[in-house]
Write a protein that binds this ligand. Structure first.
Ligand code: ADP
Ligand code: ADP
Length: 216
């Protein structure tokens, strides 16, 4: 199964990606996570990406695509993958299609997580991430009174780009650059919309239901 998740920042892509990938036994490939790992590791890629990420802009396509090409070439991605946060504009989608075609592969399905702007802002403003296991939490919805991960005990942090003015800019970037992917994949006949409101488990159930007809 070769799957892509699209949706605005805060729609719940990362949250759903952990469950969907684990249900389907495929690797979850999140470009945001790979960039953040490079930023904390102080690599050249991380230094370059950070300037764009801090502003809420997209990292240049050639850098992002090279990184994804490397990741998709790894052994664990040969029988399927779930992409979270890539592609994020039409040029990235076209290159992904050509890259997969060269390898005799194609995407099976693109799930669009649908949620309104007010909910997205509420979700992003309260987002916390575990510095140890990477699990995603929400201060209000998960009732996080302490700053520790319930699963591994790691310290939780707030992402630098989850500040109000950066959130606003990321939503604009989504509307202008990423939202056209919805029409692009609808044209390809592989887009399915999933209502991403309500409890996390219910969204996962809706997503798995949408995926079922494609699992063969
Ligand atoms: P969110 O979870 O809020 O949607 P991500 O973790 O996916 O955000 O991405 C964080 C940042 O990483 C983006 O704002 C952007 O700077 C960079 N980034 C992630 N994926 C891509 C991509 N496919 N193309 C360009 N930049 C990206
Ligand atoms: P994205 O990867 O699309 O930017 P995340 O998965 O990081 O989104 O989720 C953003 C925030 O919203 C996180 O704090 C997460 O805990 C919370 N969240 C995700 N799904 C839901 C949901 N169904 N209901 C309430 N909060 C959610």
């Amino acid at each position: 199964m070769r799957l892509v998740l699209v949706g605005p920042p805060g729609a719940g892509k990362g949250t759903q990606a952990q469950y969907i990938a684990s249900n389907l036994s495929i690797p979850k490939i999140s470009t945001g996570d790979i960039f953040r790992a490079n930023v904390s590791g102080g690599t050249e890629l991380g230094k370059l990406a950070k300037t764009y990420m801090d502003r809420g802009d997209l990292v240049p396509d050639e850098v992002t695509i090279a990184m994804v090409r490397d990741r998709l070439s790894e052994d664990d991605a040969q029988d399927g993958f779930l992409l979270d946060g890539f592609p994020r504009n039409v040029p990235q989608a076209e290159i992904l299609r050509d890259m997969l075609k060269d390898w005799g592969q194609a995407l099976d399905l693109v799930l669009e997580l649908v949620v309104d702007d007010d909910e997205v802002v509420r979700r992003l403003a309260g987002r916390r991430t575990c510095s140890q296991c990477g699990r995603i939490w929400h201060v209000e919805f998960d009732d996080k009174k302490d700053d520790r991960c319930d699963v591994c005990g790691g310290a939780l942090f707030q992402r630098d780009d989850d500040k109000e003015e950066t959130i606003r800019h990321r939503l604009e970037v989504y509307q202008v650059q990423t939202a056209p992917l919805v029409a692009y994949y609808a044209d390809e006949g592989i887009l399915v919309g999933v209502d991403a409101t309500g409890p996390v488990e219910e969204v996962t159930e809706r997503a798995m239901e949408a995926i079922r007809p494609f699992t063969g």
